[in-house]
Design a protein around this ligand. Structure first.
Ligand SMILES: [Ca+2]
Length: 211
């Protein structure tokens, strides 16, 4: 069930009701008549972009305001592969640091009952990177550019090949399984827990709720 609410700060957010609880969605990806452009600047990712009723990013400043205080937040991710199979994952700790700490990510305590693999552990503690603000761990490339243009908590390293992470939530949405390397489009490593392959996604929702 979809619900739209306005936060005390006047930000209109999309909430997903799951088992009677209202989760605040901060990333929504799905097929729509015109896909949202996720190749965006630091400022755009800071402020947020897109339509709360369609594909959107809530904004790093909003995410920090929401999760950066003393109240603990949990994360839920729902992902669908190109064959229409849906998986979900939950993490009991999710926090985004202030801008002067480059919106550093804390994502911990993956729930073992998840059906989606823990693609986020590798990104824990990483700073946010966009095409115009490079905070990844590779001095010679920009990981946002390397992975299709989207901003994320990119971190360079050996992950079944040299890449910048285990997930690509903000990559271009490709409904075809052809022609495109999966790490350059919206995808998730270990869609099935323990399986290290990149799996392209047809939809993805990331949302938070107070613990
Ligand atoms: Ca870099």
């Amino acid at each position: 069930m979809k619900v739209f609410v306005s936060s005390p700060a006047g930000v209109r957010v999309y909430c997903e009701v799951h088992e009677g609880q209202s989760w605040t969605v901060f990333l929504a990806r799905h097929h729509q008549s015109t896909q949202e452009n996720f190749t965006r600047s630091w400022q755009d990712y800071k402020k947020g972009f897109g339509d709360p009723e369609g594909e959107h990013w809530l904004g790093n400043e909003n995410l920090h305001t929401l999760t950066g205080g003393e109240t603990r937040y949990r994360l839920r991710v729902e992902a669908t592969n190109l064959q229409g199979e849906q998986r979900y994952g939950e993490w009991r700790v999710f926090r985004v640091a202030p801008e002067d700490n480059r919106y550093r990510l804390t994502v911990e305590q993956y729930s073992s009952s998840s059906t989606l693999g823990d693609g986020l552990n590798y990104h824990n503690g990483q700073s946010f990177t966009t095409v115009d603000r490079d905070h990844d761990t590779n001095p010679s490339i920009n990981c946002a550019v390397h992975h299709g243009g989207g901003g994320w908590w990119w971190r360079w390293g050996w992950r079944w090949g040299w890449v910048c992470g285990d997930v690509n939530p903000t990559g271009p949405l490709h409904l075809s399984d052809l022609h495109q390397d999966p790490w350059e489009v919206m995808s998730w490593v270990s869609f099935t827990p323990g399986d290290g392959r990149w799996v392209k996604l047809s939809s993805l929702t990331m949302m938070v709720i107070k613990s």
